[in-house]
Design a protein around this ligand. Structure first.
Ligand SMILES: [Zn+2]
Length: 70
């Protein structure tokens, strides 16, 4: 599976809970955060994805995080 596919699957599994790029990087063992950022940046506003400054459901920091709502 591509990195983009893994990131989308991870966000969808969280069922509406937002996740920040740092936690995505950590969870998927990506080598650099920019790998997550380039994907999440493209997701915002499309296909039920919301990308905004909100508390991350995993690390609780308020920063730009991505969530998915059906
Ligand atoms: Zn986080």
């Amino acid at each position: 599976m591509t990195i983009a596919g893994q990131i989308e699957a991870l966000i969808q599994r969280l069922e509406g809970v937002a996740i920040c790029d740092d936690c995505i990087t950590d969870r998927l063992n990506l080598s650099v955060r920019s790998q997550a950022n380039v994907v999440t940046r493209g997701l915002g506003g499309a296909g039920g994805y919301a990308r905004e400054k909100q508390p991350c459901g995993l690390c609780s920091s308020v920063k730009v995080s991505t969530s998915h709502h059906r």
